[in-house]
Ligand binder design. Structure first.
Ligand code: KIV
Ligand code: ZN
Length: 398
């Protein structure tokens, strides 16, 4: 049987940590409800100790959103963990996500703790969480800049204390697919081993633009949970983009040989809702959900797509909930696309008018880029009236 990769969505926690985003309770519940429709396995609803508002939103999601596991983040302190638990305890399937950094720079400058203190805090934090629920995740923050032997030792201690998911954060987006895959492979073989109840998870940031590639390398190395955010939002350059990683696993199932539970047709709506509520626009050329993800302007590509979409598209736009492919008229467009665009707005021209309109379109597109339908109509009107005037002039000389 094909193995499943769990999708852990942190749009409402790590995603919301992006500068300038502050979602209120209603917005968080609306996004979480859509994430449940999308079919994510886990929603990390927030960091309840961080603010009363966050506590309230996490509690509402735990009570109101059905389907996914509802996770809350906590440091290893008792108060953090108990607060996280109070926020999620009404969920049908709650999870406490405990984190503590293991890298030298974080231990020395941020935590002011030595490795022995970190080890002790992880053991007691995970055990405290385990006293509330069986479903406990531990993350060695900044794992990719930590001593791998220490990461393994701390993760083993976390599992002994009751953690069922071990998540390996590339907190500052420093890893390459090669080194991240190697670290995950070690954690899979040395921490998970043959334990069926322990899942190894990937959590990647995008500082070098490698978050999705690193997450996929983790899957190849045996990770069976991927963490990320819709539209890739998150601290600095963001997190792994859920829609990209999901579609990579779906479209290249031949390469990754795993399944995900996602209803991909809900991707567009999820992306649109997150962009609307966060105020973070989606870049035009963003994979899967960008305005241009299924748009074609160059003549050769348009000609191909009009004959067979698969010439220049590797997925059906409808599979991700998009309306369809779009043919954009601009300076690179050819006659086939120009005719297609005129047909689309109900305009048929005789061959010579068509040719004149096509030439005029090229002149205008050279200056202004994309030609919307309203401008196409104006071009045709101009050309037709110009021809009529010339014909009128010609006929007066007859
Ligand atoms: O990037 C990170 O290290 C995190 C942890 C809290 C999991 O977001
Ligand atoms: Zn993170």
């Amino acid at each position: 049987m094909t193995e499943q990769v769990q999708i852990f969505d942190s749009t409402l926690r790590d995603g919301e940590q992006a500068p300038g985003i502050a979602l209120d309770g209603d917005q968080k519940v609306a996004i979480a409800t859509q994430l449940a429709r999308l079919g994510v396995d886990v929603i990390e609803a927030g960091f309840p100790i961080s603010s009363p508002g966050d506590f309230e939103s996490v509690s509402r999601i735990a009570r109101e959103v059905e389907g996914p596991v509802i996770a809350a983040l906590a440091r290893t302190e008792r108060d953090d963990i108990d607060t996280a638990w109070r926020a999620i305890r009404h969920a049908a399937a709650p999870r406490i996500h405990v984190f503590m950094a293991t890298s030298p720079i974080h231990m020395e400058y941020k935590l002011r703790m030595d490795p022995g203190d970190v080890m002790a805090a992880v053991k007691s934090g995970v055990a405290r969480a385990k006293a509330h629920t069986d479903n406990v995740e531990y993350s060695p923050e900044d794992a990719t800049r930590s001593d791998p032997d220490f990461v393994i030792a701390v993760c083993e201690a976390a599992v002994t204390a009751g953690a069922t998911t071990i998540n390996i954060p590339d907190t500052v987006g420093y890893a390459t697919p090669g080194d991240y895959g190697d670290l995950i492979r070690r954690v899979v073989s040395e921490v998970k081993g043959t334990r069926r109840d322990v899942t190894i998870s990937a959590h990647c940031h995008n500082d070098l633009g490698l978050a999705v590639a690193n997450s996929l390398a983790a899957v190849e190395a045996g990770a069976r949970q991927i963490e990320g955010a819709i539209n890739g939002i998150g601290e600095r350059a963001g997190n792994t983009s859920i829609e990209e990683v999901v579609m990579a696993l779906k479209i290249r199932k031949d390469a990754f040989e795993v399944d995900v539970n996602i209803t991909t047709e809900e991707i567009y709506e999820s992306s649109r809702l997150v962009a609307e509520h966060t105020g973070y626009p989606i870049q035009y050329n963003k994979a899967i959900v960008g305005r241009n993800a299924f748009a074609h302007e160059s003549g050769i590509h348009q000609h191909g797509v009009l004959r067979n979409r698969a010439t220049y598209e590797i997925m059906d736009p409808k599979a991700v909930g998009a309306a369809g492919s779009s043919i954009i008229i601009g300076k690179h467009s050819g006659r086939a696309a120009f005719k297609f665009a005129l047909d689309r707005i109900g305009i048929q021209l005789d061959p010579s008018t068509f040719e004149a309109a096509f030439r005029r379109m090229k002149e205008i597109a050279d200056q202004s880029g994309e030609i919307p339908d309203s401008q196409l109509r104006a071009i045709v009107d101009e050309v037709v009236s110009g021809i009529e005037v010339l014909e009128g002039v010609a006929s007066s000389f007859q």
